[in-house]
Design a protein around this ligand. Structure first.
Ligand SMILES: [Zn+2]
Length: 202
């Protein structure tokens, strides 16, 4: 009995008692750790005297830090996972290609139904490169039409320039979006008259 009392007194002196009525509740400590205490000064005064509450508080803070670290690690993992998913979902099976339309030796069509000089192009997902005869550099407007002078299915513009001994007009046209079939390729250089070519899209 005396021994028990003596131990309790020693513990009390060392501040190692269990939570007494004077001590702060776990909720009060949590609020203090979160900086949301209603009486921070009173808590500080008590913490100055009580080792138990100080230890509880440091344990609470340690747990909060661990939870924060865990949350951060989890958030990082999610970001990495989403990035990996986005990269794998991206349609890599559709090759980015250049659909070349060779107009170097093609003659413009004189009207609908003229089968002469039909130019061909593959419906590839990428850009259109038109090869033009030497001497035809300049600024071009381009349209793909269902019938000559009709509403354009696709329209674009660009600058034709000399590249490796060829006059090249690169246009940001995605032919994969155009259904296959017979069209007219309309070209206009430096705002002059439109010239039409029969275009077969495959
Ligand atoms: Zn205490």
């Amino acid at each position: 009995m005396q021994l028990a009392e003596a131990l309790t007194d020693a513990d009390r002196k060392n501040g190692l008692i269990n939570h007494s009525r004077d001590c702060l509740s776990a909720e009060e400590l949590r609020q203090f750790a979160a900086g949301k205490s209603s009486q921070p000064d009173a808590v500080l005064v008590h913490l100055g005297d009580c080792l138990t509450c100080t230890e509880l508080l440091s344990r609470l803070r340690g747990r909060t830090t661990r939870i924060r670290r865990l949350s951060l690690a989890l958030a990082t993992a999610i970001v990495v996972l989403v990035a990996v998913l986005l990269i794998s979902i991206r349609p890599s099976h559709v090759p980015i290609a250049i659909a070349t339309i060779d107009l170097r030796f093609a003659s413009p069509t004189r009207g609908a139904g003229n089968a002469e000089g039909i130019v061909h192009a593959a419906r590839s997902n990428g850009t259109v490169r038109i090869l033009l005869p030497i001497g035809s550099e300049g600024k071009y407007e381009s349209e793909i039409q269902s019938k000559p002078g009709g509403h354009p299915v696709v329209s674009s513009s660009g600058q034709a320039s000399l590249q490796n001994h060829e006059i090249v007009l690169d246009l940001p046209i995605n032919l994969a979006q155009v259904p296959s079939g017979s069209y007219y390729l309309a070209l206009r250089r430096n705002s002059s008259e439109w010239i039409y070519y029969s275009l077969d899209l495959k």
